[in-house]
Design a protein. Structure first.
Length: 104
């Protein structure tokens, strides 16, 4: 099967880049925080995605600033020590005793 290269117009490519930047901005932090098993997607994945956007070469000033901001967020995330889970901090569930009412 032969692959064909699809050429996008400048405005179409800019819109796709804007959508990709917005998507990364929404999902990167929750993905890095993950759950008790760790990050869902690591810093290296997000850094690679952002560098791929930079490699497109035709980013506007606003897009460059947005990608730079996301890269700085990755740097900050890497600089922070990961939170250590120490187990449940709240007391176990205690049922509330309600005095029986005769007015049922």
């Amino acid at each position: 099967m032969e692959r064909t290269l699809i050429m996008l117009t400048g405005s179409s490519q800019a819109a796709l880049v804007d959508q990709d930047i917005a998507h990364i901005g929404r999902v990167m932090r929750p993905s890095l925080q993950g759950d008790l098993a760790g990050p869902i997607l690591p810093v290296t994945y997000w850094r690679k995605r952002l560098y791929q956007l930079l490699d497109t070469g035709n980013l506007s000033h606003a897009q460059l600033c947005a990608v730079d901001s996301l890269l700085l967020q990755l740097d900050q995330f890497e600089a922070e020590p990961p939170p250590v889970w120490t187990g449940p901090t709240a007391a176990p569930f205690q049922p509330v005793h309600v005095a029986a009412s005769r007015h049922l």
